[in-house]
Design a protein around this ligand. Structure first.
Ligand code: PEP
Length: 252
């Protein structure tokens, strides 16, 4: 069984001071846990402060996006070089909020992922279908296109794929277990087709309204190697509960 990855995406919530308090609270509750990879992804403006708060603990730092060049005339973008200097070990790429609101293309996401992985960081590639695509029976077609383009230039296997049905993000609606299992199996097949059996260690995690009440059922699925957690990662109690329940289920 692959090692659990439990990743909190704080999106554009928290300020530098409240992010630091949240991080210090998590360090107290989760800082010495060794049975899972615990990762937090604060807004870019809080990476330095959160990085300091979690230094020398088992909680790792993640950025929410990164550019494909080391520097340049790219107002508003952030380089992997800067993120690495701040202690980031992970970078999320292709989150549906980037795809839908900011119109990031699969090609752009692929370039970001190549840079992140080539720089020695782990890229968390988010993929997932919209509600109308699911209703039209196009889920696998959408996942195939997102995966094929994003992974086409990637040479290093330092990747986690997050299956996040767009309609389940921040809505309280979670996909049904049988649908999650089917999509995870399809994603794994695409990973193995692209990289061969060396890629069997790549984790496929689920995201979309994950909460303490549903994490046990999710990680009971063999195909689910962890979770990307948005809203519920903003509370020390609920993120701690998610991590604790996931680990308990895995070692049971
Ligand atoms: C996310 O931000 O990737 C996410 C899944 O959010 P939520 O858990 O709030 O649905």
């Amino acid at each position: 069984m692959r090692r659990l990855a439990l990743i909190g995406n704080w999106k554009m919530y928290t300020t530098p001071s409240s992010a630091r308090s949240l991080a210090l609270g998590l360090v107290e509750r989760l800082g010495s846990i060794k049975d899972a990879d615990i990762v937090v992804s604060p807004p870019a403006t809080s990476l330095a402060g959160v990085g300091e708060a979690i230094a020398n603990t088992n909680i790792a730092l993640c950025a929410q996006n990164a550019h494909w060049d080391d520097e340049g005339a790219y107002t508003g973008e952030i380089s992997v070089k800067s993120l690495a200097e701040l202690g980031c070990e992970y970078v999320i790429v292709g989150h549906s909020e980037r795809r839908v609101i900011f119109k990031e293309s699969d090609e752009m996401i692929g370039k970001r992922l190549v840079k992140v992985t080539a720089s020695g960081l782990t890229g968390i590639l988010c993929v997932g279908e919209k509600e109308e695509e699911r209703e039209e029976g196009k889920t696998e077609e959408v996942l195939a296109k997102q995966m094929e383009i994003a992974l086409s230039g990637v040479q290093k296997l330092s990747i986690i794929v997050a299956y996040e049905p767009v309609w389940a993000i921040g809505t309280g609606k979670r996909a049904e277990i049988k649908d999650i299992e089917a999509s995870h199996r399809f994603i794994r097949k695409k990973i193995l087709n692209r990289f061969g059996k060396d890629a069997d260690n790549i984790r496929v995690i689920y995201g979309g309204s994950v909460k303490p009440e549903n994490i046990t059922e999710l990680v009971s699925c063999e195909e689910v190697d962890g979770a990307l957690i948005g809203g519920a990662s903003l509370s020390i109690d609920s993120f701690t509960e998610i991590v604790t329940r996931a680990i308990e289920r895995r070692i049971a």
